[in-house]
Design a binder for this molecule. Structure first.
Ligand code: SF4
Length: 451
């Protein structure tokens, strides 16, 4: 699994910090793989690093502020060790490009998401001083030769199936930082999953900003997310398949039928609604109304028994009135989501919404945020409580971080379950176990093993 010790003798060290979504987590994994092949070893300590990489996110201002603060903190490191290479990669690098170098001149490399597969050669150019500093922000199809043995979890892996986005919601920076939507060929994906399975991976999560729009380029060949789910699920060794994130407009009955019919595909949908007001949805340019969204929810519940549906919400979007907000709370009550990720709106420069008046005061955004959080907490408690006595299948992810005397794992519906480690010396990590739910909180289920 690790590169040979020969390579590691005197290896240069890289420190990574990742911000944002699962795509970034996967991109970091791929970059680490490429850098290890180039002779780098990962360190958890900034002080040891020869190369520091921040894989950034631009979706919210807060994430960008964190990166700027990290860059401020390492300014003195660079001053003390001019050979240290500092790279800012990902969405913020794409969005700010050369401007980022102006505000943080000690940064050597600024690399957009379309160029991350060239990171090792870009670093070499800076190290050899053939280029003092570089800004690489072209949109190119990323072509990683993934080394499947290099991944953080032995039993689970993310697999990118579609990059970029063509929806252009008015609040979102992603289409400008990740480029147009491009699907990978199905055979490339199944080959990657086959190699992951041969290396012991049991669960794969297929990733895309609009994953349910997968295969637009190959429709004539009859390819869509449903057919991809079928091929991936048929690979020996793969026991569970997930996919995120679904756009309500693209979540077809064909896809839902595949989720319902294919045993390996987990009954979990992450399908963000963002708002319960049609007026706000139009202003966000989400391309559906609440009626259409609720119809998709009803259809999902009909075709996929026991399905869990998670959503994202934005509160305080420009022009959101109290009446609009109450419609969002009402939609939340009607659907009872299994998970909700609730965000206070903040304008992202370069998006159409940034030109609208950000007219909901911060205090009001906070109040609306709290209101939805409380609602969600109530639903989750109620649902988790109702699961008491139920038998669930869990894929064991490892020892609980909070209590080393317990295992932790996930249900097919993505709920976290904690249970006692009966035989402490034998590992059941990566196996599927049957548990009876005996207790719960809003966020966690507690189970006991049946065998
Ligand atoms: S669907 Fe909308 S919110 Fe999602 S990535 Fe695309 S533009 Fe952004």
């Amino acid at each position: 699994m690790n590169p040979s010790p020969m390579i590691l003798v005197g290896a240069r060290k890289v420190f990574f910090e990742t911000f944002g979504c699962q795509m970034n987590v996967l991109d970091t994994e791929l970059m680490i793989g490429a850098l290890q092949v180039a002779g780098y070893e990962v360190t958890a300590h900034l002080d040891d690093a020869d190369l520091i990489v921040y894989n950034t996110c631009s979706v919210r201002l807060q994430a960008e502020n964190k990166v700027m603060s990290r860059l401020g903190q390492i300014r003195s490191l660079k001053a003390a060790r001019p050979d240290l290479v500092i790279a800012v990669v990902g969405c913020m690098a794409q969005k700010d490009g050369a401007a980022l170098k102006k505000s943080a001149p000690h940064v050597d490399l600024v690399v957009g998401p379309g160029e991350i597969d060239h990171l090792p050669s870009l670093v070499r150019r800076v190290e050899s001083r053939s280029d003092e500093s570089l800004v690489a922000t072209e949109f190119k199809p990323v072509q990683f030769q993934r080394d499947v043995t290099l991944r953080p979890s032995r039993y689970q892996a993310y697999v990118s199936v579609i990059r970029g986005c063509d929806v252009y919601c008015t609040f979102c920076i992603v289409p400008y930082t990740r480029g147009r939507e491009v699907s990978r060929r199905p055979e490339q994906i199944t080959e990657e999953v086959r190699r992951l399975a041969e290396d012991g991976c049991r669960e794969v999560t297929l990733l895309g900003q609009t994953v349910d729009h997968y295969g637009k380029e190959f429709r004539r060949e009859g390819v869509h997310l449903g057919t991809l789910l079928e091929s991936v699920s048929g690979i020996d060794g793969i026991e569970r398949v997930r996919f995120v994130t679904s756009h309500p407009k693209y979540l077809s009955d064909d896809i839902l039928r595949s989720v319902g019919d294919i045993e390996e595909v987990c009954e979990y949908l992450h399908m963000p609604v963002q708002s319960g007001s049609d007026r706000v949805l139009r202003s966000m340019r989400r391309r559906y109304d609440t009626g259409q969204y609720l119809e998709r929810v009803a259809r999902a519940r009909e075709l996929v028994p026991n399905v869990r549906i998670a959503s994202d919400f934005i509160v305080g979007f420009p022009g959101e009135t109290e009446e609009d907000f109450l419609k969002t709370a009402d939609l939340m009550e009607r659907v009872e989501f299994s998970q909700a990720f609730i965000f206070k709106y903040s304008p992202r420069p370069g998006t159409p919404a940034a030109d609208m008046e950000d007219d909901v005061p911060l205090e009001e955004k906070k109040r609306r945020n709290q209101h939805l959080l409380k609602l969600q907490d109530r639903f989750q408690r109620k649902r988790n409580e109702s699961m008491r006595g139920e038998v669930v299948e869990v894929l064991v992810e490892g020892v609980s971080r909070r209590d080393p005397a317990k295992w932790t794992g996930r249900t097919r519906g993505n709920e976290i379950v904690v249970f006692d480690r009966v035989e402490k010396n034998s590992s059941i990590e990566g196996s599927r176990v049957q548990l009876r739910i005996v207790d719960s909180t809003a966020l966690t289920l507690f189970g006991e093993a049946l065998s």
